[in-house]
Ligand binder design. Structure first.
Ligand code: SAM
Length: 191
């Protein structure tokens, strides 16, 4: 491990946002999952969450660019457990959904603890998850095609969160408490 590599790792860790995350409901295609984790890495998500249709460990491919090494992924057995876990930690859960009563995604305050719930390619976020979420948001669509690819929707929303957090100074100093910072640092230095 060179000094430059260690400095780079610390620089990235200092910008990690423990209170910004995604919850992926049955987003199982490796290229979508990989692309989402890559955007998570870029905006500083420390840990992403997933519920998998098969119950197995999700798989990644080269689309991740190696980002899955740097963004933890916690897999939950079902959506109630996942949302319960996030709510207990103080997250507000925004379900992405293409419906009339969904707010424009730019109206949300992402400087607060935020989890963005994204759904499966074919069916979207389930009715059960929508009922458990705090509110619904959408990226307005003016084209012929009804929806975005899930990884694109994730990126658009995450980068709005990044814009707001930059403005609020949330990337200026370490956001992890010292004990967690040290634990993650030791883990990353071993990679
Ligand atoms: N037929 C599905 C539906 O009605 O929800 C489309 C699913 S879409 C291909 C897959 C996921 O991408 C959605 O569950 C949502 O998480 C996200 N998504 C796609 N377009 C979106 C948009 N315009 N606004 C917010 N999320 C979107």
């Amino acid at each position: 491990m060179t000094e430059a590599r260690r400095r780079r790792i610390e620089e990235v860790l200092r910008r990690r946002q423990p209170d910004l995350t995604v919850l992926l409901e049955n987003v199982h295609k490796p290229h979508n999952l990989s692309a989402i984790l890559r955007s998570c890495d870029a905006v500083g998500v420390l840990e992403a969450h997933a519920v998998n249709p098969t119950g197995g460990v999700p798989t990644f491919n080269e689309t991740s660019g190696g980002s899955h090494k740097w963004v933890y992924l916690r897999v939950h057995p079902d959506i109630q457990t996942a949302i319960g876990h996030l709510r207990e930690k103080g997250f507000r859960i925004y379900a992405t959904a293409l419906r009339e009563d969904a707010q424009d995604f730019r109206e949300v305050d992402y400087t607060q603890p935020t989890a963005i719930l994204l759904g499966a390619e074919k069916w979207g976020v389930s009715e059960e998850a929508l009922a458990l979420a705090d509110s619904a948001i959408q990226v307005p669509m003016f084209g012929m095609v009804q929806s975005l690819n899930v990884s694109v929707a994730a990126a658009v929303i995450l980068f709005e969160a990044q814009r707001q957090r930059l403005k609020a100074g949330l990337y200026e100093g370490p956001r992890l408490d010292p004990e967690l910072y040290q634990r993650v640092l030791e883990d990353w230095l071993r990679k």
